[in-house]
Design a protein. Structure first.
Lengths: 768, 160
């Protein structure tokens, strides 16, 4: 073994940048990987949820008797039962607005009202079907713009959580559906619009969609022994522990949260989902309780925000954008979840990756009587990008400037202030755009087709800020035989964090990444991590892991010195431990913690000297082929390029980039939660179509460029969301290029294209 | 709850089960036999995560009642694995990174095994067609096609 006595290895260990197969690949391909889906505890009860069938109303009467009478039913619980173990049964990351079960009122169709527990899931299901409820129906609000000014209120008053100090001013606000209004003011937009040569204004909409991880939400609580253990498919075990401890009034050390592998998450399995419910039920039943949602029920848990976006730009004679104003209404559904954060974070970048001196943004989180909306891969960035990159394309077309040239002319470069005032750094916006253009052969004319089949192409580029400030703590345990354990709260939900973190640790410790054991999140064992979300893990946890490994190296060096071993002796740490303890014994423990710098944006202007730890950048290009008689279309080529800082594991990264892009292809062309009168009409995999193999573009290119994030671990930054950002507008722009007609609302379906062709008359080159 | 006795072969072993008539085959495999490599994603026949082999043909175990398995030979991902080494398909999935969360993976491998056993020369288009009923929310599919193409050689050899 090479020297362990130096704080930095003399030679790079070559662990970072290697495409090693994921550490748990063998377990997953043989079906042996551990998921909560597969777990069962002795004496465990199964819960099935009875849900509201109306979108808004008061519960007048709940009849649980028939369910209770079913043989094999252990317990039927409603909110009054929950209150016996949790006095204030309201939870949420930003607002404490969500009751564990409906509390006198239902606010969306599909809201949990009661639960049946039984030894067997099918008995619980059968009994839940016998529950009935009578409601006094209330008028509902479903559309985010209507709800903004409506006189129907989803909540009587706002209840912000104490954990977010910047929401404190909202406490007790009444008679509003606006949970948060974020605003940003830079320069003087009014004056700039007045002085502009051209002013353009457009309105866009995006539809509600769902994460649909293949492993639906599932949690087990075991409170049978006086303390509580949760086994849960969660993306943030630390938050679950904190929030459950708060609800119970317990110290954190009585709540243990364990997370094995996740069958996908994508932002859905964040914060609290089923955990509070199974906790309360297990406390009542004094037995372990498992609730596994079905695929259909997932659509009642959380969704991605639908949004309405108004965007206006002023452009000078030379084609420079001098002013931009955006107004974004986010359809937050019945409970805030993390919606206020989406509203704020996506607000920062809603004007796009352009160098614009005068910017005015308003972003509203709006309650409606729909499934609660939360985080989904991109935290709102794909929705705003749909608007600003379609808008940008329309302006270029109107001005007769090439789409690429117009973007280049206005692009934001490193060293220039972004709309928040934060100076852009290590953001390869220009490189990403160049690479997209290159892979699209933008300089070569496209064969556009005549007659029935028309072709077109489009490009788009977007960026996002990262949730801040957030903390990660990592621990490295070097065992006396020379092996190593890495203790982290990052959840491997498929992105490959176990492997990537092992590579970072191995690089510093000069070990083989494959030899490191990554200990999965267990709040009794692994240190705090804010959560596996928003592309933060590689940067935040990666840095904490690197620091923990450096700390371990320092302790090795100190031990060598204590033992009188010369600094370059090349003695492995196992030998040092043996000398110290005179047998194979002891540990060396390295700790690393990381919180990046952050400057809280000004409440009035949204200005901040440091609004994000790094910038996520993604660009896309698309070619489409459209049958103008039917509107049927194919994405024949899709190019996606992300700025990844530096690649820790290029092969894992490639799968992440292509997966994100295909997911966004679904959100662009087929996925749409269809509501009628507040009722979801297509909540199943049979009716809600996610992309399959046949939807893959014939040419599907996913690449990255490196910007070397100056403070990222080995130059890396997060990239799990970057290739979601610009896919939709790239395809929309390609469609407009092919048929000369613009679609302003997602999703882009054959039906919508056909309708637009009919409305406009084909062959038109009008750009409105 | 009254049960019905069934006899079938599971992963090569003669197996007797007493199941309630309403029991779904996927649940019987997972809960009664502990074969949890068969995952249940949608439970309504749309995702393919629960795919198993019934007399060698790929079927969705969430769409079958356990009693329908009587007299048939069932193979699950566990039956397609061996303790000493990964099979060619499994090794190819690992090598090409054809998995992320791994939830769809057993179903993908079972389906791909049925395909390559019948047609070891399957081209990319055929593979796409045959696997198009298996949904993956994570990978973007590129690496899955690469892995199955790569694993063909072993099936071609086995035929020869
Ligand atoms: S679980 Fe059987 S097809 Fe989805
Ligand atoms: S790897 Fe997650 S669903 Fe395919």
């Amino acid at each position: 073994m090479a020297s362990q006595t130096l704080t930095t290895p003399a030679m790079p260990a070559g662990q970072v940048g290697r495409s090693i197969p994921r550490l748990e690949a063998a377990a997953k391909v043989t079906g042996r990987a551990e998921y909560v889906h597969n777990m069962s505890l002795p004496g465990m009860l199964h819960g099935k949820i009875f849900r509201s069938v109306i979108p808004h109303g008061k519960i007048k009467h709940l009849d649980l008797d028939a369910a209770r009478a079913v043989e094999g039913v252990f317990l039927v619980a409603a909110i009054d039962d929950i209150r016996k173990v949790i006095a204030h049964p309201y939870y949420g990351p930003a607002f404490h607005d969500q009751p564990i079960l409906a509390d006198g009122k239902v606010r969306y169709a599909g809201e949990p009202v009661a639960v049946v527990l039984a030894d067997e899931a099918h008995i619980a299901e059968e009994a839940a079907g016998l529950i009935s409820a009578e409601y006094e129906e209330l008028p509902g609000v479903y559309d985010e713009v209507e709800a903004h000014g409506a006189q129907v209120f989803v909540h009587d008053e706002l209840k912000p959580a104490a954990t977010f100090p910047d929401l404190a001013h909202l406490l007790g606000r009444r008679d509003t559906n606006v949970a948060l209004d974020f605003q940003l003011r830079r320069g003087d937009a009014d004056a700039a619009f007045a002085a502009a040569e051209h002013v353009f204004e457009h309105h866009f909409r995006t539809q509600p969609t769902m994460h649909t991880p293949l492993e639906p939400f599932v949690s087990i609580a075991d409170a049978s022994g006086g303390s509580l253990t949760l086994h849960t498919a969660s993306q943030n075990p630390s938050f679950v522990r904190i929030e459950i401890a708060r609800l119970l009034g317990w110290p954190e050390n009585r709540v243990r949260v364990k997370v094995p592998y996740l069958g996908g998450g994508f932002g859905g399995k964040l914060y609290i989902k089923l955990e509070a419910l199974v906790t309360a039920l297990s406390l009542i039943a004094r037995r372990p309780v498992k609730i596994s949602l079905t695929m259909q029920e997932q659509f009642f848990m959380v969704m991605r925000h639908a949004a309405t976006i108004r965007i206006k730009s002023g452009v000078d004679k030379s084609g420079r954008i001098t002013a931009r104003s955006c107004e974004v209404w986010w359809n937050g559904g019945a409970y805030a979840d993390i919606g206020p954060r989406v509203t704020q974070k996506a607000g920062f970048t809603a004007a796009g990756p352009y160098d614009i001196d005068n910017v005015e943004l308003n972003s509203y989180a709006v309650y409606t009587n729909r499934t609660p909306a939360g985080a989904l891969r991109g935290f709102g960035a794909p929705q705003t990008c749909w608007a600003y990159e379609t808008h940008t394309d329309m302006i270029a077309a109107k001005l007769g400037i090439d789409q690429l040239a117009f973007r280049r002319m206005n692009l934001l470069h490193d060293g220039r202030p972004q709309a928040t005032g934060t100076i852009l750094r290590d953001a390869a916006i220009d490189k990403v755009l160049d690479r997209v253009a290159e892979r699209m052969n933008w300089g070569t004319p496209l064969e556009r087709g005549t007659g029935r089949i028309r072709r077109g192409r489009g490009i788009a580029i977007g960026f996002k800020g990262i949730t801040a400030p957030t903390t990660s703590v990592a621990m490295i345990n070097l065992y006396a035989d020379g092996s190593c354990g890495l203790y982290i709260g990052t959840v491997d939900m498929g992105q490959g964090s176990d492997t990537c973190m092992a590579q970072i640790a191995a690089e510093v410790l000069n070990l083989d990444a494959e030899s490191i054991k990554v200990i999965h999140p267990d709040t009794d064992v692994t240190p705090y991590d804010m959560g596996t979300l928003g592309s933060r893990s590689t940067f935040h946890m990666g840095t904490a892991v690197r620091l923990a490994a450096l700390d371990a190296n320092q302790k090795i060096a100190a031990l060598a010195e204590e033992l009188g071993v010369p600094p370059n002796s090349n003695l492995p740490f196992s030998e040092l431990l043996r000398r110290k303890y005179r047998m194979q014994a002891g540990n060396i423990i390295g700790i690393g913690s990381f919180i990046p710098g952050y400057d809280k944006p000004d409440q009035e202007t949204g200005q901040s000297a440091n609004v994000t730890p790094f910038w996520g950048v993604g660009g896309s290009g698309a070619e489409v082929e459209i049958d103008i008689e039917t509107g049927e279309f194919k994405v024949t080529k899709l190019v996606n390029v992300a700025d990844v800082g530096a690649a820790i594991n290029p092969k894992l990264l490639a799968a992440q980039l292509s997966g994100a892009a295909i997911m966004q292809l679904g959100f662009t062309t087929s996925e749409n939660m269809l509501y009628r009168d507040g009722q979801l009409t297509n909540g199943s995999f049979a009716d809600y179509k996610i992309p399959c193999l046949l939807d893959m573009p014939a040419v599907f290119i996913n690449e990255f460029v490196e910007s070397r994030q100056h403070d990222g671990p080995f130059g890396a930054k997060g990239a799990g969301e970057s290739t979601t950002i610009a896919v939709s507008p790239a395809i929309g722009n390609a469609i407009a290029d092919a048929i000369g007609v613009r679609l302003m609302d997602l999703p882009l379906t054959a039906e919508a294209i056909h309708g637009a062709i009919l409305a406009a008359g084909i062959g038109g080159d009008d750009e409105h | 709850m009254p049960t019905l006795p069934i006899d079938c072969t599971v992963n090569g072993a003669a197996t007797h089960l007493d199941v309630a008539p309403r029991t779904i085959l996927a649940d019987a495999l997972r809960q009664d036999l502990g074969l949890t490599g068969t995952h249940v994603g949608c439970a309504h026949g749309s995702c393919g995560a629960c795919t198993i082999l019934l007399d060698g043909a790929a079927v969705r175990s969430c769409l079958m009642l356990a009693v329908q398995a009587a007299g048939h030979a069932i193979t699950t991902i566990e039956g397609l694995s061996n303790p000493d080494a990964l099979t060619p398909l499994q090794a190819a999935f690992r090598k090409h990174g054809a998995l992320q969360c791994g939830f769809c993976t057993p179903g993908m491998i079972v389906t791909a095994h049925a395909l390559l056993s019948a047609n070891p020369d399957a081209d990319a288009d055929t593979i796409r067609d045959m696997l198009s009923g298996n949904l993956c929310r994570c990978t973007g599919y590129i690496s899955i096609i690469e892995a199955v193409l790569d694993a063909r050689a072993a099936y071609q050899e086995a035929r020869a």
